[in-house]
Design a protein around this ligand. Structure first.
Ligand SMILES: Cc1cc2nc3c(=O)[nH]c(=O)nc-3n(C[C@H](O)[C@H](O)[C@H](O)COP(=O)(O)OP(=O)(O)OC[C@H]3O[C@@H](n4cnc5c(N)ncnc54)[C@H](O)[C@@H]3O)c2cc1C
Length: 242
């Protein structure tokens, strides 16, 4: 098993260049930002970038979880959900390859501190971003832990990085995923909310470490469900987006 990449991890402000942008779901874009030539970014999976969004002559600062593996040092990737009327998400969705933006990175403490347990990652929407970084990092290091992802959306086309999760599970048998959709009546897979799926999907559930990420209502609902199932609160970690 390889160790995590060892590079400087202090945060800094960078001039970032958008080098890739693609729509990955109806309201979601995957964005890759390159650091200035010669700069290397050291970060832990789970951290975020704070982008400085130009707005009405000033800047608005917004946080976005890094969705790429810490093993790539000269760029990082984000996935951004378009929020109706949202200043930052609209700006980022309109950026073109070659555009520049300033950002502070890496920030945040939503990190894996203990790798002695199997992991359960629970997300809705772009809350899956930090788990993409974590799962790629763990797979890269061949971490001898079972990894479970419970990932919720409303409709099938909304599922972000779907082919990637499916391929990862084939290459890395310790990775197990479950998609659950709350509104798609044509979906043949699991239906309902993420918190309803834990008990049936996760074996020995009291032994696992839980990481939850997304909007506050979901995080609260999952946390309450885990506690009611008897998971010790010391084994539950979360990041709220709003
Ligand atoms: C640590 C952290 C990491 C984050 N990572 C991501 C990420 O990886 N991808 C991502 O898309 N967003 C992420 N967010 C949310 C992001 O920072 C912005 O809040 C979001 O993009 C909305 O900003 P905006 O300027 O477009 O909207 P604003 O003009 O600030 O309006 C926001 C309004 O929209 C509502 N809203 C609806 N949907 C969302 C949503 N998905 N997120 C936030 N507010 C919402 C809020 O309640 C609020 O009323 C993260 C937030 C935090 C704190």
């Amino acid at each position: 098993m390889a160790d995590a990449p060892q590079r400087k991890r202090a945060f800094d402000t960078y001039d970032l260049t958008l080098v890739e942008t693609r729509e990955i779901a109806p309201r979601n874009k995957h964005l890759r930002f390159a650091l200035p030539a010669g700069k290397e970014l050291g970060f832990h999976a789970g951290q975020y970038a704070q982008l400085f969004i130009p707005h009405e002559g000033g800047v608005r600062r917004r946080a976005y979880s890094i969705a790429s593996s810490p093993w790539h040092a000269d760029y990082f990737e984000l996935c951004v959900t378009l929020v109706d009327g949202g200043i930052s998400s609209t700006y980022l969705h309109n950026m073109k390859v070659g555009d520049k933006i300033q950002g502070m990175v890496p920030l945040g403490h939503f990190l894996i501190k203990d790798e002695s347990r199997d992991f359960v990652f629970i997300a809705t929407g772009s809350g899956v971003a930090p788990f993409r970084a974590m799962v790629h990092d763990m797979a890269h290091r061949n971490l001898p832990r079972e990894l479970y992802l419970i990932y919720g959306h409303r409709y099938e086309p909304d599922i972000i990085y779907r082919a990637e999760w499916e391929n990862l599970a084939k290459r890395y048998p310790r990775f197990h995923f479950l998609f659950t959709l709350s509104r798609d009546t044509n979906w043949k897979g699991e239906r309902g909310y993420v918190q309803e799926k834990v008990a049936a999907f996760v074996p020995n559930l009291k032994e696992k470490a839980y990481y939850i990420c997304g909007l506050n209502n979901m995080v609260t609902a999952v946390n309450e469900r885990l506690l009611s199932l008897g998971v010790p609160k010391e084994q539950i970690f979360f990041e709220r987006y709003d």
